[in-house]
Design a protein around this ligand. Sequence first.
Ligand SMILES: NC(=O)c1ccc[n+]([C@@H]2O[C@H](COP(=O)([O-])OP(=O)(O)OC[C@H]3O[C@@H](n4cnc5c(N)ncnc54)[C@H](OP(=O)(O)O)[C@@H]3O)[C@@H](O)[C@H]2O)c1
Length: 302
Amino acid sequence: MYSTLACALFWAAFFVATDHTSHPWAGYALLSAYFPTGSSSPRLVRMNTLPGGTWTLGDLTVSRFGYGAMQLTGPRVMGPPADRDGALKVLREAVDLGITHIDTSDAYGPRITNELIREALHPYPESLRIATKVGATRDAEGGWPVARRPEDLRRQVHDNLKSLGLDVLDLVYLRLGDATGPQPGSIAEAFGALVELQQEGLIRHLGVSNALADQVAEAQRIAPIVSVQNMYNLAHRHDDELIDRLAAEGIAYVPFFPLGGFTPLQAPRSAALAWLLQRSPNILLIPGTSSVAHLRENIAGL
Ligand SMILES: NC(=O)c1ccc[n+]([C@@H]2O[C@H](COP(=O)([O-])OP(=O)(O)OC[C@H]3O[C@@H](n4cnc5c(N)ncnc54)[C@H](OP(=O)(O)O)[C@@H]3O)[C@@H](O)[C@H]2O)c1
């Protein structure tokens, strides 16, 4: 582990020298929920150790090493995967390895990743937390049109409940900005619509994604959030101040594209993930992969 950490620190220095390398490892945690196995019963979650330990999202404990399900679709995050059985295996392996945080969206596919998650894992282990995002849909060309009117958000929350086979969503992010990144502007109307859905009992916890720091603060003035999900990795560190503020407030920061997404980082993946884990204790990893071997490799490399 220490050699990986040393490697991570080297690569962090390689990209940009910062003073953010002093946080200790959060340590390793025991995940110990047992359930009967079988096609119609929850999967066995093995007693396991995962790098980084755990974090609490509101009242929900998750492994800091999570899984991002976006890569389970066809090309350009559209349509079914070429290897459907392989996609189901990745999801089952993630849970078998002790991952209790899966990040998804009904816009992936659309619906494809949620349906795969349901097929692979429903009925869900009690320890598993599924986070989803609303605020964008898909068009026929694979674009991501913004859909943040209250009625759009209500429909998307119901779509996620249906495709995941849930009565309540653990964590719903309001996905802001557009496909080019965050955009300024008030989020009050859209975030308020999600708060209403939370008050109706359809959502346990709220977060914001692709958000500017002042939009995070605006959301917090309206209702508590447990997490912010923005683009951040070894090479893109625009959110350094925000991460530190959220850490002080006990709010998670979930970097998307932790490995560079569609533009892979010019650094070893294990170093990129190790650097994020040690960057701040409130950082939760959701690296994406469509491969069981890569999933195992990413965990073993830490
Ligand atoms: N909020 C938002 O706006 C937003 C935007 C984008 C993504 N997200 C979330 O963030 C998650 C992570 O982002 P991401 O999946 O796009 O990008 P990522 O985690 O940075 O990188 C995923 C890419 O890395 C490859 N990879 C992973 N492990 C590997 C290994 N050991 N060896 C070789 N290649 C490896 C994957 O290919 P293989 O499939 O071949 O392993 C895939 O192409 C997504 O799944 C999604 O849940 C959120």
